[in-house]
Design a protein around this ligand. Structure first.
Ligand code: CAO
Length: 541
């Protein structure tokens, strides 16, 4: 029969009045026996309070920052298993199984036998309760490493608990005596430590006792040993991460949610390298690539084993595609996009372009496409509507207005999308712009663009006109605030007031950042753009 249980802080040794630093459950959560409910942290150790029984979490009695001691009520739990006819539920307090004996909790420090240097101390496995012959699952140090007092040296893991053996004093690791997979019990040698503390317990004459005699000073004992951390078995823990106290602390310090890190250790345990790898990936490729929904709270798309439906081929993504994926995802998620569409009558422009193009071709000059005209028209419109040449300051307090005008254009390459940038469009004529576009587009296709040639853009044009399609919604190339999508021009019947006449119309799709640009401002911008393209003489005005 379901029973309400008061979950209290178990015997955590010498620790009193220590803060709750993490709450791992909320009311209504179903937890298994031994699943961690919350984490406490003293200045020396981090420890979880596990669920004493499987059940459903009721009211939480503590919040982050509350200070607790042994016996403090932390939560109510409706036990799903029969807990017998026991009267009050208090005994179900989440006492971790390993009985931590205060007097023997320390990593024992003794001077090694015979001619050891005066300040060399032997570090041995402290009394870790009922555990014998348990494996070393992680080694954090190597010979020559300098460690602070209480820094974890190794992690041990029994079936029920994971525990770090911390350095009993600051010093330099001299001879490491363990490796991952070794099995240890109380008194097993961990390493020799050349202590640098002014008067570490190990250096006192009393510490020159045999290994079994832990340092007598009680504060040294307490300082050296965090009590074992009860961890649930992976099955019991459900989706909760399986990691040692020091790794949890390490992840917390870096702001990494352990549940997002794939554990590569035995039984999916998260290691220090896993956390470091996660951070490196996030820094290199951006959070979007580290996990598609990173930081957004958006549930990730579940993985599907496509091979179950038919033959598949795995094709690694090109580096450019991965980089642009992260960039586009960031923009899409961070910027409230609005796309405004219109069509410009480029009948006259096209006639002019063709005539000029033939002249240029005859002179052996660059091919004249629509793109340089679009660049020029956008530059003029940006000068009249300068917010289109702005970027929102990261704090969201200011708009940074640029007095230069560099415009990028999206180029389709075999390796993916790149955006070369034409500098100082306002200082250049259409023919020069055409030459620069052709040059940069070729470099882009040949994979020869230099990083500087893709930087500093104020605005982007994405022209799909050479391919086809009508309208689309381009994604803003942050930190820019707008992008113009251009589709394929088409001869259309247009009403001139008295009759339908055939006119060449080019579809335009202007996406803008609505935090910076109002709809009316954007509509004025695109109307001007349409006018400029419809009658190029306006560019001179
Ligand atoms: N309508 C009709 N025809 C168009 C056109 C339009 N809007 N824009 C270009 N064309 C024509 C050109 O005139 C040219 O025709 P001809 O060969 O008969 O003279 C042909 O299409 C090919 O032009 P182009 O694409 O080589 O040249 P461009 O200057 O217009 O564009 C570049 C250069 C680099 C922008 C283009 O090659 C490209 O890569 N476009 C794809 C951009 C892209 O992928 N955008 C999507 C980004 S979001 O995923």
């Amino acid at each position: 029969m379901a029973k309400d249980i008061e979950v209290t802080v178990p015997d955590i040794g010498d620790y009193h009045d220590i803060p709750v630093i993490d709450i791992l459950v909320k009311p209504g959560d179903t937890v298994d026996k031994d699943a961690p409910l919350l984490t406490l942290e003293s200045d020396k150790a981090t420890m979880d309070v596990p669920a004493p029984e499987a059940g459903v979490v009721g009211a939480l009695k503590v919040k982050l920052g509350d200070r607790v001691s042994q016996g403090s009520l932390v939560a109510m739990l409706k036990a799903s298993t029969a807990v017998g006819d026991a009267k009050p539920a208090k005994p179900a307090a989440a006492a971790p199984k390993p009985a931590v004996k205060e007097e023997t909790k320390a990593a024992a420090v003794t001077t090694p036998a015979a001619a050891a240097p005066a300040r060399m101390a032997a570090v041995t496995v402290p009394d870790v309760g009922d555990y014998h012959d348990i494996p070393v699952i992680e080694v954090f140090v190597k010979d020559g490493d300098r460690v602070e007092k209480d820094a974890p040296l190794v992690t041990l893991e029994s079936e029920k608990a994971t525990m770090d053996v911390p350095a009993p004093a600051a010093g330099i690791v001299r001879t490491l005596k363990l490796k991952v997979g070794d099995r240890v019990s109380v008194g097993s040698a961990v390493c020799d430590l050349e202590t640098t503390d002014a008067a570490p317990a190990a250096a006192t004459p009393k510490a020159a006792a045999p290994a079994s005699a832990a340092p007598p000073a009680r504060e040294t004992i307490a300082a050296a040993v965090p009590p074992p951390l009860e961890v649930a078995t992976p099955a019991a823990a459900g989706s909760l991460p399986h990691a040692s106290p020091s790794i949890r602390k390490f992840a917390r310090e870096l702001g990494v949610e352990l549940s997002r890190v794939n554990g590569s250790g035995p039984r999916g345990r998260v290691t220090r390298e896993d956390v470091q790898g996660f951070v490196k990936t996030a820094l290199r490729t951006g959070p979007a690539a580290a996990t598609p929904a990173a930081g957004t709270g958006i549930p990730p798309i579940p993985a599907v084993d496509f091979a179950q439906f038919g033959t598949i081929e795995i094709k690694p993504l090109a580096r450019i595609r991965k980089l642009s994926a992260a960039h586009l995802h960031r923009s899409w998620l961070n910027i409230p996009h609005v796309t405004q569409s219109d069509e410009a009558d480029i009948t006259e422009l096209e006639a002019f372009r063709k005539a000029q193009g033939e002249e240029l071709a005859a002179a052996g000059k660059t091919k004249l496409t629509l793109l340089p005209f679009l660049l020029k028209a956008c530059q003029v419109a940006m000068q009249q509507y300068p917010e289109f040449n702005g970027s929102l300051a990261p704090d969201g307090e200011n708009l940074i207005l640029k007095k230069y005008c560099h415009i990028g254009f999206a180029a389709d390459t075999p390796n993916g999308l790149v955006v070369p940038v034409i500098r100082d469009v306002d200082h250049k004529g259409v023919v020069q712009l055409a030459a620069e576009c052709a040059d940069l587009a070729k470099k882009a296709r040949d994979g020869k663009l230099k990083p500087d040639e893709m930087k500093g853009g104020c605005f982007t044009i994405s022209s799909l006109g050479g391919i086809g399609g009508s309208h689309f919604t381009p994604i803003i190339n942050a930190p820019e605030v707008a992008i113009l999508g251009v589709s394929r021009s088409q001869m259309k019947p247009t009403w001139d007031g008295t009759q339908f006449v055939p006119r060449l119309m080019v579809p335009l799709s202007l996406s803008y950042d609505h935090r910076v640009i109002d709809g009316a401002y954007a509509a004025r911008f695109i109307v001007l753009l349409v006018k400029l393209l419809s009658d190029l003489r306006r560019i001179l005005l």
